[in-house]
Ligand binder design. Structure first.
Ligand SMILES: [Fe+2]
Ligand SMILES: [Fe+2]
Length: 218
């Protein structure tokens, strides 16, 4: 298998493991902020899901012949920015990682699954895709609970959105990489152009619409 396939699945292992750390932080802050118990139980489930996703992605990496590929776990991917106060820190994490991150993850993983024929990769993508829809719903429900909790939340989100949007749009920027081969696509990879097109579409047709329903311009 090509190095790109191994690097991408190794990046997914790190991303899933980082998502577990972020979900655990959101759970702790959610408990401290007194979010509704049903949301806290879902957050606890998400921590387990993301640990599973990391293990599944690593099993897939090994199956694709990349067991020795290093997994880069940067400290900044395992921690959540804080220092603005409990509700503001929690709101930023919910919006960044769940409302935006998980709402993008669902169509990204669906696109990866579409041309994926490798059995282990396809099974991994299907499990992750099913869970990410639950994680997406958690994000918007948690945002609603935070808006109910504190009238400063909606204006805070409005002010934070341009910077948050830029971090995701930056990820989707196409680098100078040759297009993927059919074999690489069969292992569940999609081109950066696919990320960019999906980002623009999902932001306009889904994310901005959901924020607008809550009186937040995106
Ligand atoms: Fe995940
Ligand atoms: Fe997730």
């Amino acid at each position: 298998m090509t190095p790109r396939v191994h690097e991408e699945w190794a990046r997914r292992v790190a991303a899933e493991y980082g998502s577990a750390a972020i979900a655990a932080q959101v759970l702790t802050w959610g408990i401290q902020a007194g979010l509704p118990p049903a949301l806290l139980h879902t957050a606890a489930r998400i921590v387990r899901d993301e640990l599973d996703h990391a293990a599944i992605a690593h099993a897939c990496l090994s199956d694709l012949g990349g067991a020795d590929t290093p997994i880069h776990l940067a400290p900044e991917h395992l921690t959540v920015p804080q220092g603005s106060g409990l509700v503001a820190d929690l709101t930023r994490a919910v919006v960044r990682n769940f409302c935006i991150g998980e709402t993008l993850a669902v169509p990204y993983f669906a696109a990866m699954r579409k041309s994926c024929t490798h059995p282990e990769a396809a099974a991994a993508l299907e499990r992750i895709l099913a869970d990410e829809a639950v994680h997406r719903a958690f994000g918007w429900d948690a945002l609603d609970a935070l808006i109910d909790l504190d009238p400063a939340v909606a204006p805070f989100v409005s002010a934070a959105l341009p910077e948050l949007r830029a971090t995701f749009a930056g990820y989707a920027a196409p680098p100078d990489a040759p297009p993927l081969s059919v074999e690489e696509r069969a292992c569940g990879l999609i081109d950066h152009a696919d990320y960019a097109a999906l980002f623009a579409q999902v932001w306009t047709e889904d994310i901005a619409v959901r924020f607008a329903r809550r009186g937040i311009a995106a």
